[in-house]
Design a protein around this ligand. Structure first.
Ligand code: SF4
Length: 355
């Protein structure tokens, strides 16, 4: 059976296979034999499956990705028209066109923003000093001018064409995009809001942004379409934050997050599993749970658990043994069993957090 879905995407359901592509023939999702594969717009293929009740996530290498693409189009052509030139190379060219609009590869999005339109209003990270983070190490922090954002919007509209109806939101890039001057931010949000009838989302830190934004700013942001901000809190334990070189003041940041909530914007809080190594694991769990208890969570908020992948800078700051994969799994399990905040607690696996 072939369906045109409400967002214009094409869904084919045949025996044990489900295939979804947007109306420009870009593969979005493929499910077969207990595996699911998602294609990101930058042509990264993410495969999910379950082993011993654990959800496994893999980024496919180019050969396996090509095999999946050939299989997908070969089956799909039995049910709907797909032009002959549509193949792996077509998808790769398409991804390169998108990356060219941004100027470089987009390293990360939150797990519920895969179907967003990524819109860069800044590039890089204004802080860029967290020990565990390599995301923007080679990018100079920069705020885009209004005319550059206008060009980006036009280029993205042209890139998506009619398939823009498959996109669910606007995600502001890069790290902590809302940390620019408030008047400038409102001007940008106004432009975005008038071009897209979609909710707006962004990362936000809680140590530099609390110096640039206050309650009234968040109220205005909500009026201009801001729905949720994602905070890389990582931990509620001062010792762990010190290892990570995140300059978060516990009480100030709790008040700040609750201010965002009071303004009517949802919050997504990201916790880093393994961030304290073995030595600080219990303190990391206890102090983070105590921190989260002080947040006024409501419907629409989320907590994300993200497993740390250690780099050299983190290891030298830790001055201790990192946790094994099993120990991180146990720590994640403890977090989940202690988390009763009335909001979803979900995994944030960076392997699949790709646009
Ligand atoms: S974790 Fe966030 S704030 Fe820290 S360096 Fe990376 S992007 Fe910047």
């Amino acid at each position: 059976m072939t369906y045109i879905q409400a967002d214009g995407s094409i869904k084919i359901a045949e025996n044990s296979r489900i295939m979804v592509m947007d109306n420009n023939y870009r593969i979005m999702f493929y499910s077969y034999n207990g595996f699911t594969v998602r294609r990101s717009l930058q042509n990264i293929f993410i495969k999910n499956y379950i082993i011993n009740r654990r959800r496994m996530v893999e980024r496919l290498g180019i050969n396996e990705a090509k095999k999946i693409v050939n299989e997908f189009y070969s089956y799909a052509r039995n049910y709907t028209y797909i032009p002959e030139h549509v193949n792996y190379e077509f998808l790769q060219d398409d991804a390169e066109k998108l990356i060219k609009i941004y100027g470089n590869f987009i390293p990360i999005v939150p797990p519920d923003q895969y179907l967003s339109i990524y819109l860069k209003i800044t590039s890089g990270c204004p802080w860029n000093k967290c020990t565990f983070c390599d995301l923007y190490q080679n990018d100079k922090y920069n705020v885009l001018h209004l005319k550059d954002i206008e060009s980006e919007i036009n280029a993205l509209k042209e890139y998506f064409g009619s398939s823009i109806t498959s996109r669910r939101s606007i995600f502001l890039g890069d790290a902590n995009a809302i940390n620019i001057g408030s008047d400038r931010l409102f001007e940008y949000l106004d432009l975005i809001h008038s071009n897209f009838n979609l909710g707006i989302y962004s990362f936000m830190d809680v140590f530099t942004t609390l110096k640039t934004k206050k309650f009234e700013d968040f109220v205005r942001m909500r009026e201009l379409g801001m729905k949720r901000v994602y905070v890389g809190l990582e931990s509620g334990d001062p010792d762990v934050l010190n290892i990570l070189n995140k300059k978060i003041d516990i009480n100030e940041s709790i008040n700040f997050i609750n201010t965002v909530k009071d303004a009517g914007i949802n919050i997504g809080i990201i916790i880093l599993i393994g961030a304290g190594g073995k030595k600080h694991s219990q303190g990391h769990i206890n102090n983070t749970v105590n921190y989260l208890k002080k947040i006024n969570f409501t419907h629409g908020d989320m907590i994300y658990l993200s497993e740390l992948s250690e780099n050299e800078r983190f290891l030298s700051a830790l001055k201790d043994k990192p946790m094994t994969s099993q120990e991180k799994y146990d720590e994640m399990f403890k977090f989940k069993s202690l988390s009763s905040f009335g909001v979803p607690v979900v995994d944030y696996n960076l392997t699949e957090a790709v646009y």
